[in-house]
Write a protein that binds this ligand. Structure first.
Ligand SMILES: NC(=O)c1ccc[n+]([C@@H]2O[C@H](COP(=O)([O-])OP(=O)(O)OC[C@H]3O[C@@H](n4cnc5c(N)ncnc54)[C@H](OP(=O)(O)O)[C@@H]3O)[C@@H](O)[C@H]2O)c1
Length: 320
């Protein structure tokens, strides 16, 4: 099968197309024919080795070369083989969600993998653009911050892979949303439900003096708790999902002292994908795709996404 391999760390050009063996499944696995995958920050950081929380991240990714030789963490495709112990999926099921080694024509999964059956109206490109951003936004807004209807929520980085879901979900849960993005994305962020939009190329939201928020959700990690503290309500929550050792310390410290809280960490993968599936099928929220590239152009796709200005998702398609 065709697959992209990253045999060493480096720029997007280290991603090379190879012909390799199709994976064989065990009795509790399924084989998925991949139709689409995506480029997430996790993918290009695992390739370049420029991940937050050095050196722990480097040890996890592989000290000398990437442990994960085939990149990719999101998948949309069709199940083409089913192990005899598998009950949840059947041959022909079209699935989407989290995957591994997805820059390839085939990948494997188990019943425990975070995969959902695609609604009939969902395209493969859309299916490959939901898990990373959507589950992260849901996890931090709902599970960690326990966001409630009527709360004022500011989302910094409102137009990116996580941001487009965060704006829509916070709006869906009844929040009054302020989105922070650049000029070109103002209309999009407004159309996703933001009541107010701040253009970061003109105004610095941390310098606002007349606003208070129950939740500040910094998706791009350009702010800090010290700068946002005055904008939080008495028991307000500051979430920053680009973790640093300082943020972990602040999370610990504010959990013991004071009323304003800091939250950071890594999103846990749970049942949130099924809720996202329902909301997308009901057209309560939409999937935003910036661009698509064929598998052969995976390095171009990485080079584009890595600039840090993608709008929603960058998709990689496979012409199976
Ligand atoms: N902790 C976790 O569990 C977790 C999970 C998922 C993601 N993350 C992290 O979250 C971050 C964002 O992920 P993503 O997929 O959303 O990234 P992304 O799609 O690459 O984000 C790009 C977006 O950020 C916007 N942006 C860039 N600079 C900005 C600034 N100064 N102020 C406001 N917006 C700005 C860009 O808008 P313009 O083009 O308008 O500049 C663009 O739309 C990544 O660092 C990722 O690693 C963490």
């Amino acid at each position: 099968m065709k697959a992209i391999l990253q045999t060493k760390y480096g720029p997007p050009e280290v991603l090379k197309l190879h012909e390799i063996e199709k994976p064989a499944i065990t009795e509790n696995q399924v084989l998925i024919k991949v139709h689409a995958t995506s480029v997430t920050p996790m993918d290009y950081r695992s390739r370049s080795a420029k991940a937050p929380l050095w050196p722990i991240s480097r040890i996890l990714m592989g000290v000398r070369k990437p442990k994960q030789q085939i990149p990719g963490s999101e998948v949309a495709g069709e199940i083409v083989e089913v192990g005899k112990e598998v009950r949840k999926f059947k041959k022909g099921d079209k699935v989407f969600g989290f995957g591994h080694d997805t820059y390839a024509e085939y990948t494997t999964a188990t019943e425990k993998s975070s995969l959902e059956i695609m609604p009939p109206t969902m395209s493969y490109e859309e299916g490959a653009s939901i898990a990373f951003g959507g589950v992260t936004a849901l996890y931090f807004l709902r599970i960690k911050a326990n966001m409630q209807s009527g709360q004022r929520v500011l989302i910094n980085g409102a137009s990116g892979g996580v941001g487009v879901f965060a704006v829509q979900l916070a709006t869906y849960f009844g929040g009054e949303v302020t989105g922070v993005c650049s000029t070109k994305n103002i209309e999009l962020v407004r159309s996703l439900g933001a009541a107010r939009v701040i253009d970061y190329t003109k105004d610095n939201f941390t310098k606002e003096t007349d606003q208070k928020y129950e939740v500040i959700f910094d998706v791009v990690g350009t702010s800090s708790f010290s700068k946002c503290k005055k904008l939080l309500t008495e028991e307000g929550i500051y979430i920053n999902i680009v973790p640093t050792y300082r943020l972990f310390f602040q999370t610990f410290w504010t959990s013991k002292r004071g009323k304003k809280k800091v939250i950071t960490g890594i999103a846990q993968n749970n049942d949130d994908l099924s809720l996202l599936r329902e909301l997308i099928a009901a057209k309560s929220i939409q999937v935003i795709i910036d661009r698509s590239y064929p598998l052969e152009q995976a390095s171009e796709a990485h080079a584009y996404a890595e600039q840090g200005h993608k709008v929603g998702s960058v998709v990689i398609t496979l012409d199976n």
